[in-house]
Write a protein that binds this ligand. Sequence first.
Ligand code: SF4
Length: 111
Amino acid sequence: MQGEKTQKGTKGRVYCANCSHCVVFKQPIESTDAYVLRVRCSMGKWKKKSGDEKIYKYFSIIRRVLEHCDSYDPMGDEKSFLKELRKNLPIKDEIYSYSSAHVREIESEQG
Ligand code: SF4
């Protein structure tokens, strides 16, 4: 369901994945040449109860849905974007290597 765009954000459900402020980044795994993909809100909207910033695993970003966000900035047609994203997102967390194309899945649900 697509949110109705207003002057400030939206009314209705919004998918963070379709927002320009939802940023994917590489999080290095200490003492290795590997990294995992994580996402953050560059507007600082995702918070833990402690007040610290919350980041999410890349593969789970499609589940980040809000009823409203006053900073939502859609990157395009939500329906087609989400359809493509669902096709291309990994189904589990994965470890990538900086030095090779090797990828493996992470079994735990940490982070
Ligand atoms: S600005 Fe709002 S809609 Fe955009 S990523 Fe942050 S929380 Fe999600």
